[in-house]
Design a protein around this ligand. Structure first.
Ligand SMILES: C[S@@+](CC[C@H](N)C(=O)[O-])C[C@H]1O[C@@H](n2cnc3c(N)ncnc32)[C@H](O)[C@@H]1O
Ligand code: SF4
Length: 394
């Protein structure tokens, strides 16, 4: 059981990190061979009216536990949220506004796939209140889009990006790099093309071969070979050089934005804020009976639906977080950011400061920088982020 002091710390952590709502839509038209997100294909279709009602119900339950904050961000992630009917998105947003209150300047993001069917829904999402779209372009190379199992080609992705930019005030695009056989020259050309058309925000992910995916099986069988660590590091550095030259800041390991365009939603996670996670397989950091609690809902959509309809929420896991866990999480998440970790915030959460000697050693080795009461990992050491975090962890 946490003490009153711990509760105060948890609340303070929320205040500093902001408050958001994550909504997971767990359905896709097909399963991409690299993807281990909670996504399911339902050929028979999905009863959106029933899912919308369940999302609203789960939101109401969690909002009741967390009535004190207004979200700075709402994020519809997936799966493929651009398979949601605009009316489903609208119902969830209306419920958030009714229960928690949506400020006029709230960021409302929806992850969209670029197919033409989804493009037809863009106007409806905008009318429902969505003001930022994150478009899963993944590649500007037709052969690689096929290899990634994507259902769109480059022309469709370009059209979707142009349309999204006409309709939404803010648009981001995702690309996956370090793909099988990808050379630095090819990536430089592709990223250059993307930087010319993408606007203000890009998420650039190195391909990860995740367990229990088709790519994992192929890699194990030697039929899929990704760039080795050195080649991947070259691609990472090239990514930094090209995005910086184009006026983007790498504000997080994989996220790049022009000034003022960072995604507020992800900042809530990385700054240790609070977020409700609703929908199948959603994670959250919420208050339950006043205690900061890590939550996860049932991953299987039908199990989640039945639980919400019976109990008002689909939580499969909830773990009250002790202060050392809150502090460890802040360390892990904040050092992903270019702004880094605020030493006083860490000390307050942990009840003790980080080890000064270890910080000095890391600074002397060029693995950390210090200034304005913060420590951060310099660009030159970003690939060693996990090792630096391990070294600092008490
Ligand atoms: C929830 S996913 C997908 C959103 C949307 N359904 C789509 O596919 O465009 C969010 C992003 O994670 C990235 N991603 C997913 N699996 C990945 C992997 N194994 N390696 C690297 N990036 C990955 C992709 O760029 C993707 O756009
Ligand atoms: S990458 Fe996107 S579209 Fe593909 S299976 Fe994963 S969530 Fe679905």
């Amino acid at each position: 059981m946490l003490t009153l002091l711990d509760d105060a710390i948890a609340t303070r952590a929320d205040d500093e990190g902001g408050f958001g709502v994550y909504v997971h839509w767990p359905f896709c038209q097909s399963k991409c061979p690299y993807c281990d997100f909670n996504s399911h294909v339902r050929h028979g279709g999905v009863d959106q009216t029933r899912y919308a009602a369940a999302l609203v119900r789960e939101l109401e339950t969690m909002a009741d536990w967390n009535p004190d904050r207004r979200p700075i961000s709402v994020f519809f992630g997936g799966g493929t949220p651009s398979l949601m009917e605009p009316s489903t998105v609208g119902a969830v947003l209306e419920a958030i506004d009714r229960t928690l209150g949506l400020p006029a300047d709230v960021e409302i993001t929806l992850e969209a796939n670029p197919s033409s069917v989804e493009q037809a829904r863009f106007e409806g999402y905008r009318a429902a209140g969505v003001n930022r779209v994150s478009l899963g372009v993944q590649s500007l190379n037709d052969a690689d889009l096929v290899a990634l199992g994507r259902r769109h080609d480059v022309a469709t992705a370009r059209a979707a990006l142009a349309l999204a930019q006409r309709i939404f005030p803010r648009v981001s695009a995702d690309l996956i790099y370090a793909r099988p056989g990808q050379t630095t020259e090819a990536w430089a050309a592709e990223l250059g093309e993307m930087l010319a058309i993408c606007g203000n925000h890009l998420s650039l992910y190195q391909l990860t071969i995740e367990p229990e995916t088709r790519f994992w099986d192929l890699a194990k069988a030697g039929k899929l070979v990704v760039p080795n660590d050195d080649a991947a590091a070259d691609l990472y550095e090239l990514t930094h050089a090209l995005t910086t030259a184009a006026g983007f800041e790498r504000y997080e390991v994989s996220n790049h934005a022009r000034a003022g365009e960072a995604a507020r939603h992800n900042l809530v996670y990385w700054r240790g804020g609070r977020y409700l996670g609703i929908g199948p397989g959603a994670h959250g950091r919420i208050l339950v009976d006043g205690t900061r609690t890590a939550t996860a809902t049932h991953r299987m959509p039908e199990a989640w639906l039945a639980a919400v309809e019976a109990e008002g929420h689909g939580l499969a896991e909830r773990e009250a977080l002790a202060r050392d866990m809150i502090a460890d999480e802040y360390l892990l998440m904040s050092l992903r950011l270019s702004e880094g970790l605020a030493l006083d915030r860490y000390a307050e959460r942990a009840g003790a400061p980080l080890d000064a000697e270890r910080i000095t050693t890391l600074i002397d080795s060029g693995l950390l920088e210090h200034g304005n009461g913060r420590i951060r990992i310099p660009q030159s050491a970003r690939l060693l982020t996990n090792a630096v975090v391990r070294e600092l962890m008490p």
